[in-house]
Each structure stands twice: as structure tokens, then as C-alpha cells.
Design a protein around this ligand. Structure first.
Ligand SMILES: Nc1ncnc2c1ncn2[C@@H]1O[C@H](COP(=O)(O)OP(=O)(O)OP(=O)(O)O)[C@@H](O)[C@H]1O
Length: 244
């Protein structure tokens, strides 16, 4: 488990074709409580993936700091926008690969695969699986690590609603079983309210927080489209057209 405290004084990317450099982030601050599930909601191209990369330590080219709560260096699981499975490795090998070497890694991977209904697919190569199954394997890979902090970048995008919803349920179950701090990037406000206990809406550039709301729905209410619509309308002021 881990709290996260992000302070980005400045983050820029060089602009293409000699155009002036544009600040993606300037004086941005976000504090995430331990074991909370925070959805980061914002339009495409805003800088959400960049934020996750800075938190994960994949992108260190910025001015600012990312701090973590007690313990200092949490185990971070990262579920990317695309499943990113290695095609020449089986499902089991893909899930085992990021685990610390040693006894128990294979057993842990097999246990998580089984919990996620993937036991029969463990010896299969990813290309044989549907996109929904591949995303499920990517989720298994992130969970097998038993992360203190789970970063998720639109992990259910481009799935049909029924499949996406099954995976959302699965994610909720996994987190109930093993509480984890989650930062979940999405541009879909329905998904944000369905899953998160805090929704942070972003706009920019530079990226700024436009809404920051606690979601206190019960698990039953989260499955009711009318409840989700009520929250979307009330809390995000959809008349502004800021979110999908
Ligand atoms: N390595 C890079 N070099 C230059 N520009 C980049 C780089 N990575 C991202 N960008 C630019 O930074 C901006 C933010 O990108 P980012 O992928 O973080 O956005 P996003 O909010 O995650 O969008 P999406 O939902 O489409 O993935 C975009 O304009 C993108 O083109």
C-alpha cells in the first residue's frame, strides 16, 4: 500500500518542426491517499500517460518530485493502454516474467491466473487470445506482482461494453481481496464513477485539476446507469462539455 504525492514544477516535450516548446505541466500537485482508487479523467492527448510515466519513474525528465508514503519505494504495477504481452512467451511466462525470480513466482502467477479465470489459457500464446483475454492477462500480470501502487492507463479501452464491464467487475473484486492504491486513467466519466472512490478531472495544457470529487456510491449503485448519470451531471457540470 502506498500514498502518492506528486509535484510537477515543469514538464515539457520538445515541439516538432521548430515550434515553440509547450509546457504540459506547470506547478501541478496531486496527493493520493493510501488505498484509495483515484480516476484521472481528461481528454485525449492531455498528458495523462505522461503523468503515470513520471509517477512510475519511467520518465524522469521533469522538474519536480514524486513521493511515496511509509516505506518510500512501493512495488508499482503498471497496466498499459495496450496489453503489451510478449508474443513469443506463453500466458504463464508473460505473467511470471516481471516477478522477482525464485521459488513461488510460478505458483503465484498460476494462482492469479486461476483467480482470473485464465487457468486454461496458461500455456497458450497471446496471439491465440481475444483482445478481452489479452487485457485480462495484462491485468493478471500487474496483480501477480502484488503491487502497493497500481497504475492503469485506459486498460479497458477498445473493448465492447460487456467485456469491459466484466473486467471492471474483476478489477473491483481483486482490489477488494487485496487493497491497493490505484491511479486509473480514463477519458470515460462513466467508467471513472463506476470504479473510483475519487474522480479527478483534468484540463489544460498545462494540465490543471478542474474537479476533484469523492464518490460514495455503494457497489450496487455503481451498477445502476441512472446513479452514474446523476453523478456525472451533478458533479462534472456536463454542460461545459469538458468530459465524455
Ligand atoms: N516522447 C514524447 N515526445 C514528444 N511529445 C510527446 C511525447 N510523449 C507524449 N508527447 C505529447 O505529449 C502530449 C501528452 O501525451 P500523453 O500520451 O501523456 O497524453 P494522454 O492524456 O495520455 O493522451 P491519450 O489518452 O491519447 O493517451 C501529447 O500532445 C503527446 O503528443
Amino acid at each position: 500500500m502506498s500514498a502518492v504525492s506528486v509535484e510537477i514544477v515543469s514538464k515539457t516535450f520538445p515541439a516538432a518542426g521548430g515550434a515553440p516548446e509547450r509546457a504540459l505541466y506547470r506547478d501541478f500537485r496531486l496527493d493520493v491517499a493510501d488505498r484509495s482508487f483515484v480516476a484521472l479523467l481528461g481528454p485525449s492527448g492531455l498528458g495523462k500517460t505522461t503523468l503515470l510515466n513520471m509517477i512510475a519513474g519511467v520518465d524522469r525528465d521533469f522538474v519536480g518530485r514524486v513521493g511515496f508514503g511509509a516505506g518510500g519505494s512501493p512495488r508499482i504495477g503498471y497496466a498499459f493502454q495496450t496489453p503489451r504481452l510478449l508474443p513469443w512467451r506463453t500466458v504463464l511466462q508473460n505473467v511470471t516474467l516481471p516477478l522477482p525470480a525464485g521459488e513461488g513466482a510460478r505458483e503465484r502467477a498460476l494462482r492469479v491466473l486461476s483467480e482470473m479465470g485464465l487457468a486454461d489459457a496458461s500455456d497458450v500464446y497471446p496471439e491465440r487470445l481475444s483482445l478481452g483475454m489479452q487485457r485480462r492477462v495484462a491485468l493478471a500480470r500487474a496483480f501477480a506482482l502484488e503491487p502497493d501502487l497500481l497504475l492503469m492507463d485506459e486498460p479497458f479501452v477498445s473493448l465492447d461494453e460487456a467485456n469491459a464491464d466484466r473486467l471492471r467487475d474483476l478489477l473491483t473484486e481483486l482490489i477488494a481481496r487485496r487493497p491497493t492504491t490505484v491511479l486509473f486513467v480514463t477519458h470515460d466519466s462513466r467508467e471513472a464513477f463506476r470504479l473510483a472512490d475519487r474522480v479527478v478531472a483534468l484540463d489544460g495544457p498545462p494540465v490543471r485539476i478542474t474537479d476533484d470529487v469523492a464518490v460514495t456510491l455503494t457497489p450496487e449503485q455503481r451498477r445502476m446507469p441512472s446513479e452514474i448519470e446523476r453523478l456525472r451531471a451533478a458533479l462534472l457540470g456536463l454542460k461545459r462539455g469538458a468530459v465524455a
